[in-house]
Design a protein around this ligand. Structure first.
Ligand code: 9Z3
Length: 357
């Protein structure tokens, strides 16, 4: 991505949080997280911060247009349920309106909750008999999480909200020490529009309404502008938040990040590169097309291994289908039910190591 004026404009942490505005509801969200964390710290319960869904990059302050990162929130919402099963308390930092733990079974177009309902003979609305058993299980897990206050839902939309929240939550989680776990499944934009380069109003596509946005004052040019009929967007790199998390905000917690790629030949290399660059504990690599069937664990001890779940009725190995996930049957097992216990096992090892020091 071209750098403004040819200079290296990579924001560092102090710059970023001084020059990009604090979201108006941040304090309220952090206060609710603080009491949640205190409750679970006092019970010596592990707390997982699970991030989920994609971040947006608004092009205008009064936002009409924005750039988005792909993620339905399936990985995060499903993993959160398995962390709760494993005895963790979960802070679910998610893109607003993406999938949520428990309700994910009955939301969005493929699983509309109305398709699970019917009228009984007395005319009352009830759950169809064939779904009763499955729904009863989901309901009791959902109720348990509510009763024990083990699930805190915190929404974000923009990458700026995400970064402020991640930093604020990490600070609150510091007293948990090794009992804290970061499971970073959200798809976070690598590029953004810094506040100082954001225009206030909707960018006008009609040449008859375009303003002259060039400013001679030395301030940086807006990141998005019209050039005749063309919209030109020039984004800054997002600061390396994983580095800040590992080195500064959460130095004693276990940190697991996800690496998303589309080219199978790059995945292992990119996952290993991320692990070596940030020196955290585990990178879980996945490919866009096969993410529900297979993931690659790359860990700090040098180990690399695939976790694969069976692909429906077909007997082909998943890797044969890399280029064409339309051929894959839905997996018979949720891969997160295998990922999360593996992560929890690694977390136990890390806690034991910390205790024996
Ligand atoms: C992932 O790789 C997630 O597994 C998916 C889940 C986004 C693929 P869905 O929500 O998809 O189930 O539809 N998340 C991490 C994506 C990401 O942005 N990673 C950064 C990178 O690849 C590092 S934090 O550079």
């Amino acid at each position: 991505m071209a750098q403004q004026n040819g200079t290296s404009e990579q924001s560092t942490e102090p710059d970023y949080f001084q020059t990009n505005p604090k979201p108006p509801n941040l304090d309220r969200q952090i206060t609710s997280a603080r009491s949640f964390i205190e409750q679970h710290a006092s019970q010596d319960r592990r707390v997982a911060l699970v991030t989920s869904g994609g971040t947006t990059v608004p092009l205008e302050n009064q936002t009409v247009r924005f750039i988005d990162n792909f993620s339905a929130g399936t990985r995060g919402a499903t993993s959160a349920e398995y962390f709760l099963e494993a005895g963790y308390a979960v802070i679910f930092l998610h893109r607003q309106f993406s999938l949520l733990p428990y309700s994910r079974h009955y939301s969005h177009s493929t699983n509309c909750f109305l398709d699970f309902m019917t009228h009984n003979d007395a005319g009352a609305v009830v759950v169809e008999s064939e779904y009763q058993q499955q729904m009863a299980q989901v309901l009791s897990r959902y109720r348990k999480a509510k009763q024990e206050n083990t699930l805190l839902l915190l929404p974000f939309t923009t990458v700026n909200e995400y970064l402020w929240l991640l930093r604020g939550l990490a600070m609150q989680m510091q007293p948990l020490g090794a009992n804290g776990l970061f499971y970073l499944a959200a798809a976070v934009s690598d590029f953004f529009v810094p506040a100082e380069r954001m225009v206030e109003h909707k960018i006008q596509s009609s040449e008859d309404f375009q303003e002259d946005l060039t400013n001679g004052s030395g301030a940086r040019a807006p990141a998005a502008h019209m050039d005749g009929k063309r919209l030109v967007i020039d984004l800054d790199p997002v600061p390396k938040f994983l580095k800040m998390l590992v080195d500064g905000w959460a130095p004693r917690s276990m940190i697991v990040s996800f690496k998303l790629e589309t080219d199978p030949s790059l995945l292992a290399r990119k996952a290993r590169y991320a692990l070596e660059k940030y020196s955290h504990h585990l990178v879980i690599g996945n490919l866009l097309n096969t993410r529900k069937w297979e993931v690659l664990f790359v860990s700090a001890d040098g180990g690399e291994r695939w976790i694969r779940v069976p692909a429906g009725r077909r007997s082909h190995s998943v890797t044969q289908w890399h280029q064409d996930s339309a051929h894959l049957e839905e997996p018979t097992i949720e891969i997160e039910s295998w990922i999360v216990p593996e992560v929890a096992k690694e977390h136990t090892k890390m806690i034991e190591k910390t205790l024996s020091k």
